[in-house]
Design a binder for this molecule. Structure first.
Ligand code: NAP
Ligand code: F7E
Length: 325
């Protein structure tokens, strides 16, 4: 039987790399774009083990329409996963124009290439719980019907991406769908996101490699899951019988402070002795509270996470212990 072809933007990111592994296990041919990086080793560092072993990459950029057209036009994928983005919320305050171009116009660029070159394919958009911003339902959750009130340039751009995907679905009868994913982490998470920053910092403090850890707001709450569970959800969403949008979340929330307490306690350190606040890590507007209601994807597609908050954090601790101890 002919293999299914998947095309992934952001293939060398956290999710892109796990997604590529997951699709290879399911016998897909996998293609992706990578951006030119001045340190060539960084270009494909998370997917080095996959390139040439079922994964093919080419240089491209969500802002370079010709590269998208060329890739989509020649590969003619069956499934397109648009997971490429400037994904750091605080940094989106520093580089708002680049963030909006990539995370909003980049989606439109991909949709146009898809509509023109392979409209029979399916299209997955990496939407985000950051779209909900200030909105929390009375029962303390965010779900598919919750109003979107973003609190960052990143969130505003992702709301555009979410809406333009729905518009292309209805206007052009395309199988274009959104996964509205809550925070998800792993040992492959960039080390300037809070979970990996805390775990890496805690292990380095335990090993005597640093004394203190500087953080921003410790009283924000997040619903943290594992990237591996979430890329499995992406594949389920794009293979549903009809195009639809789904929230993906664990339904449990913890503050940054609680997460620090869990991680440092595991290493027999009192986080209060070593964690300090540096205003440079605060945001002009903070999203204070996220807890996702994923009952729709659990009921309709039978998805549920395999990892808990604790097993996720334990895996990340073990990873950094392997590096520094
Ligand atoms: P990540 O590790 O930061 O990966 C982002 C990827 O996008 C990288 O491969 C990056 O390439 C690429 N990229 C950035 N700008 C690009 C551009 N202009 N053109 C093409 N590619 C570009 O992020 P992630 O955690 O895997 O997240 C994947 C997607 O899910 C993103 O769209 C993110 O916004 C969204 N999301 C993430 C979460 C989460 O908690 N992880 C939650 C909800 C939604 P470089 O390495 O060259 O920069
Ligand atoms: O921050 C607080 C910070 O940067 C989490 C992205 O994947 O999820 C992610 O966005 C919380 C925030 O993730 C530091 O203020 C405290 O309240 O790990 P983060 P994020 O902003 O929630 C969403 C769903 C996405 O879509 C995004 O792509 O932690 N915090 N001190 C800190 N955060 C960072 N980064 N660094 C600190 O020192």
């Amino acid at each position: 039987m002919k293999k299914r072809k998947a095309f992934i933007t952001g293939i060398n990111g956290q999710d892109g790399s796990y997604l590529a592994e997951y699709l290879l296990e399911k016998d897909y041919e996998v293609y992706g774009i990578v951006r030119r990086n001045s340190i060539a080793e960084n270009q494909e560092s998370r997917i080095d083990h996959l390139v040439g072993n079922g994964v093919e990459t080419a240089y491209g950029d969500l802002l370079d329409v010709s590269s998208l057209e060329r890739m989509v036009g020649t590969i003619k994928p069956d499934e397109i996963y648009n997971v490429g983005a400037q994904s750091h919320v605080r940094i989106s305050f520093d580089i708002p124009q680049f963030t909006v171009q990539t995370n909003a116009l980049g989606v439109l660029n991909m949709l146009e290439a898809y509509k023109y070159h392979c409209p029979k394919a399916r299209f997955y958009q990496a939407s985000s719980s950051e779209c909900f911003g200030r909105s929390v339902e009375e029962d303390g959750y965010q779900r598919e019907t919750t109003k979107m009130e973003p609190t960052s340039p990143y969130g505003c751009a992702k709301v555009f991406g979410y809406n333009i995907v729905r518009h292309y679905r209805f206007a052009h009868k395309l199988f274009a769908v959104n996964g509205i994913l809550f925070n998800h982490e792993s040992p492959r998470r960039g080390a300037n996101f809070v979970t990996n920053k805390v775990v890496k910092g805690a292990v380095r403090i335990k090993s005597g490699l640093q004394d203190k850890l500087e953080l921003g707001n410790m009283d924000a709450y997040r619903d943290w899951g594992h990237s591996k569970d979430y890329v499995r959800a992406m594949n389920m969403i794009i293979n549903h019988t009809e195009p639809d949008d789904f929230v993906v979340a664990t339904g449990r929330t913890h503050s940054v402070r609680e997460m620090c307490n869990y991680v440092f306690s595991k290493l027999d350190i009192n986080y209060k002795d070593v964690v300090t606040q540096n205003p440079k890590f605060l945001r002009a507007e903070e999203l204070k509270y996220l807890k996702g209601d994923s009952s729709k994807i659990r009921k309709v597609l039978g998805w549920k996470p395999k990892y808990t908050f604790e097993t996720l954090m334990d895996e990340m601790i073990e990873h950094w212990q392997g590096v520094y101890e």
